[in-house]
Design a binder for this molecule. Structure first.
Ligand code: UGA
Length: 435
């Protein structure tokens, strides 16, 4: 199969490399020439475990190629995936589809023979219809089918998610396209990953409904955590206790500083907008968005309270800045709002993150970045864990304590057992645990 990815960003690159690894012939296209040049040398612009070696080996095997040229690859392709960005539109929160529409126009002009055009980007319900209309308008004789095939990759675990997915959702009512998509995903199907075929609009909605549900699940346990603090219960045990019920499941029940990233915040807002436009408001999701937004600053208030009600003139050391571990992505990271709120209250912020410091530098001001947890702990009045990178799991608390002005640990991800930290003379404050 000859596959083309339009857009060599996160989704296009991971999917392209994985498809090539399964033996397909893949060409990844991007408009940014410098990005393509470095990808051709096997240099990866994002941090994603395992992606570099996979790109390099498939480049060497000739199954994966990168180019800025649109016409030739699309003309020869069996399947063209649209994997361009759909950022939140400034002002109204709707998904900005201008890149998707532009890609559809270019594909229409270049395609030859029966071509399956697949939207992999997260797009609102009805986008497939619009892509189909644009292609027909641009090239009335084109022989094609437009399919929805949403992506369920998690940053930091993208390769495993691609190769061993819970399901592959394919939205099409065209029998020829269905046959082609079965062939594209045959390696995964052989791996027993279920292919789920449905209508195109249903498939588009599955992506948003899935992300909104997960965002809601996280927000639910976060509110339970707040209640736990008031009534003297332990949120981790509540999560375990409810998670053992298989109808609920134990995943995505870790209380923390609120969800962030490039997907949940944007997709929940986009779903709310779509629902409002169709006069079918989704109040649970609206509330999820609002609760999650206020949570980030509430976490700053929690830190202030732990510091005795005032952080003016105090130095706080922040461990972990990215929206979650194993990524360098700072988009919508709770750390940003937390840091800003603490600075507003007069605190001096020091921070360390294994991969996110560079991006964080550009998105914050007045933060001093250190090279490891111990350096930023020097003279600090509190250590605040915001993102649970693995390397923070085995911190040397005795060494940290020796460097800090006050032995206080605020653990916004409930990584540590309170007793262990307290054994080293720290005061420990977690989330949804007894104070
Ligand atoms: C998410 C989905 O998990 C993927 O299935 C989906 O494909 C992707 O969005 C997307 O739409 O492209 P991702 O944003 O990479 O993936 O990250 P998650 O691992 O889902 O985490 C999202 C946020 O929720 C993070 O800020 C994380 O810290 C937070 N979270 C997650 C919690 O606070 N508690 C949890 O129990 C789980």
């Amino acid at each position: 199969m000859r596959l083309v990815m339009i857009g060599s960003g996160y989704v296009g690159l991971v999917s392209g490399a994985c498809f090539a690894d399964f033996g397909h012939e893949v060409i990844c296209i991007d408009k940014i020439a410098t990005k393509i040049e470095s990808l051709e040398r096997g240099e990866i612009p994002i941090f994603e475990p395992g992606l570099g070696p996979m790109v390099q080996s498939n480049l060497a095997a000739g199954r994966l190629r990168f180019t800025t040229d649109f016409t030739g690859p699309v003309a020869e392709a069996d399947v063209v995936f649209i994997a361009v960005g759909t950022p939140s539109r400034r002002g109204d929160g709707h998904a900005d589809l201008s890149y998707v529409h532009a890609a559809a126009r270019e594909i229409a002009r270049a395609m030859q023979g029966f071509t399956v055009v697949v939207t992999k980007s997260t797009v609102p319900v009805g986008t497939g219809d619009e892509v189909e209309r644009i292609i027909r308008e641009e090239n009335p004789d084109a022989d094609f089918a437009v399919v929805s095939n949403p992506e369920f990759l998690r940053e930091g675990a993208a390769i495993a998610d691609f190769k061993r997915p819970d399901r592959i959702v394919i939205g099409t009512e065209d029998p020829r396209a269905e046959k082609v998509m079965r062939e594209v995903y045959r390696p995964l199907y052989l791996n027993q990953s279920p292919l789920f075929f449905c209508e195109r609009r249903t498939s588009e909605l599955i992506k948003y409904a899935g992300n909104a549900f997960l965002a809601m699940k996280i927000t639910f346990i976060n509110e339970i955590a707040d209640l736990c603090e008031q009534v003297g219960a332990d949120v981790q045990k509540v999560a375990k206790g409810i998670g053992l019920d298989r109808r609920i499941g134990d995943k995505f029940l870790h209380a923390g500083p609120g969800y962030g990233g490039s997907c949940f915040p944007k997709d929940t807002v986009a779903l709310v907008k779509t629902a409002q436009d169709h006069d079918s408001p989704m109040r649970l999701v609206e509330t999820t968005v609002a609760v999650n937004d206020t949570r980030k600053r509430a976490m700053a208030r929690k830190v202030v309270a732990a510091c005795g009600g005032d952080v003016r003139g105090k130095t706080l050391a922040i461990l972990g800045l990215t929206f979650k571990p194993n990524t360098d992505d700072m988009r919508e990271a709770p750390s940003l709002a937390i840091i800003q709120a603490l600075q507003d209250k007069g605190a001096t912020i020091r921070a360390y993150d294994p991969e996110g410091a560079e991006a964080a530098r550009e998105m914050t001001s007045g933060v001093v970045f250190g090279k490891d947890p111990y350096e930023i702990a020097d003279g600090a009045d509190a250590l605040v864990l915001v993102t649970e990178w693995d390397e923070f799991r085995a911190l040397d608390f005795a060494r940290l304590r020796g460097r800090m002005a006050q032995p206080l640990l605020v653990d916004l991800r409930n990584v540590y057992p309170a007793e262990e930290v307290e054994r080293h003379g720290f005061r420990y404050v977690g989330v949804g645990r007894k104070p």
